[in-house]
Design a protein. Sequence first.
Length: 81
Amino acid sequence: MSIDEASQTRTDAPPRPVYIRVTEACREYSLSRSKLYQMINAGKFRSVSLREPGQVRATRLINRASLEAYIDSLAEGSVNF
């Protein structure tokens, strides 16, 4: 493998995860935790709860692509000045 081939196969940024935690989504998209949960409960984008039977608390994961698609759909309908 030549140096040019090696540099083409290497990426500088790590791959982005498909699902992210609520805290990450709040930080990356500048959303409050309560607003994010309102949108989850309204079914605006896909998320999954990782809870075992009998467990009270769970980890909520948000599908990054569906969140970005929802935000993009809002941006398309807004007027830019």
